[in-house]
Design a binder for this molecule. Sequence first.
Ligand code: NCD
Ligand code: ZN
Length: 362
Amino acid sequence: MTSGTTNGNATLTITRPDDWHLHLRDDDLMAAVLPWTTRCFARAVIMPNLKPPVTTAAAAAAYYERILDALHPDVDFTPLMTLYLTDAMKPAEIERAKAQGFVVAAKLYPAGATTNSEAGVTDLRRARPLFEALAACGLPLLVHGEVTDPDVDVFDREAVFIERHLRLLLDDVPDLKVVLEHVTTRQAVAFVEQGPPTLAATITAHHLLLNRGAMFQGGLNPHLYCLPVLKREEHRQALVAAATGGSPRFFLGTDSAPHARTAKESGCGCAGIFSAPVAIEVYASVFEQAGALDRLEGFCGRHGPLFYGLPFNRGTLTLERRPFRVPAVVPAGTAGDLVPLAAGSSLDWSLVQPAARLVRED
Ligand code: NCD
Ligand code: ZN
């Protein structure tokens, strides 16, 4: 990491970061959102909750090809693919996916927990052969850690998942690498900090930036509704402490999850925040406010590769302390308009985009 100044503004140059949790979608929507990720991130872990979900090695390969086809030929970006676990999946599917080389993890959605999770796992105990297959081939399990029990309050679903399921899962398959995705509570932070070295967590930009009050500020803000839902201020502060504290167990995962404006501003708005257009700028602002800019590089570009056993990126990314006006709307062609996180507001850090740095160097 190097600091400097350009035109009197502070600059920060870090190893080019990765996004360890991204919803890239498909078709026109993918084409529209992909440049917002590739402008910044060198690699991203691509979530498999398409319709239909990516439940086979062959489907992961086809999706991988569609992403490569959608990339501008000069852009240096590597999609890291995932497999969506189901009750019906056989361990051999995991071995087939691993053998392809570009599948880096499997995703556990408790059935019904979030967007397009209906085909997910209904009983974690029955999925144990899948977890063992993952451990045997060294692929991490990425967990959407919320119970689906309707008797559990929506704000408590993560903490209850940890107690009811995650503890048992880690005990049952101790060799399995597990990422608790998009942690939102102080309970999750404490659990990850005290857990085995095989356990890590991603943290989103929006959960670092906002508490649940933001959803109701001046009226109901559907664009701030996501799952796991935003939590109280005490939890946000625990997340900031975890992200900025330097522990390699926490790393960047935006969970950028675009939905058309009409699907968000609806009688039953769907869950997901489109943060790719502002994510790195928000992370930089949060780290600066915490007095921890020197730890931004570890969180964004080191801890993830260390956990996944992948090399660090060779390129760099430069941020500048100059106001960044967030677009109010991002058009997505036939997929409709998208409203990004922090739409219409101004952030403290901007991306300096030397196009040459974002294209292949080999
Ligand atoms: C995600 C989506 O829209 O696919 N939504 C969200 O609120 N985060 C699914 C998910 O990651 O839970
Ligand atoms: Zn997600």
